[in-house]
Design a protein around this ligand. Sequence first.
Ligand code: MRU
Length: 368
Amino acid sequence: MKVNGKSMRTIWLSDDGWSVEIIDQTIFPFCFETVRLQTMEDCARAISDMLVRGAPLIGATAAYGLALAMRKNDTDAALVDASETLHATRPTAINLKWALDRMRAVLAPLPSISRAKTAYAEAARLCDQDVAVNSAIGDHGLALIKAIAKTKAIGEPVNILTHCNAGWLATVDWGTATAPIYKAHDLGLNVHVWVDETRPRNQGNSLTAWELGQHGVPHHVIVDNAGGHLMQHGLVDMVLTGTDRTTANGDVCNKIGTYLKALAARDNDIPFFVALPSSTIDFTLLDGLRQIPIEERDGKEVSHVLGRAEDGSVRTVQLTPDDSPLANPAFDVTPARLVTGLITERGIAKADKQALAALFPERAVQAV
Ligand code: MRU
């Protein structure tokens, strides 16, 4: 997508041909800075400290992390160690494991001398595929937006509510939930996005709003609690989110707060769609609520917030009393029964085991 008119991806190989560059997402929307990752450990830190985040981009960064690891030490032991270190960075997004498994399956059988070169090529291929897959998700989701647009009076927008950032910043390009929105906007359809701020880390405020603004997509940022009210007043036509892991039966794990949006959508008869590449489907699980590990992050994300003061300085300020205990579950699970459909690169599936297996038969064989 474009930043100040210039096309960019979220991760790319440096001009030196071996180090990897990313955009630091921890300082958005106040600063735009790129960071050069030179070691596997740099990649692991970038993932755990959320310089990069979003399930697909976490996977892509881990893939390059393995390439950097192989450049330094291409032994079997180093391959296993690097995979384990990268895998431990964030527990919920399954694309991380998917990307590491894919890289290891390619690299492990090779003589060590050829591993580094192949790892870079495979990481680049994984990134290119992410872009193509998200574009295909965009095409399938676009059909849904077009259908709603047909029901609208002239000048009336299609109102889409989204949570967190499932935009191009969460992927290599296009985004998952935003891909249909960008395609609709580019076609001249009248789309408007309600952007949940998404406490505690404010991915909606700082990332989704920023990228929609860069692309010229009309939107309003709302507090997380506003969605239900807007739905009750007919101001939401569709909820469209991403996901960090979706089970074989269609339970959707996504940023904390997503479940409440799904409940409100159901109560108001509003379609709740989830956009996802098949790399986000965990075909080994059938019960999202009990089986998906939910990342518990530092309470400081709840008690403190980054913002720009009136004097222009960017500061972190405290919100809560000094001694208040803090809890910070980062994700929740929306049961499949609340999900209207899953928008994948192969089309839109019902959120159930049969429909997902029919769309991805080669992956569904892993199901337990
Ligand atoms: O903790 P994050 O920022 O990595 O979480 C990402 C999300 O939950 C996104 O909303 C997204 O839906 C999943 S990635 C496309």
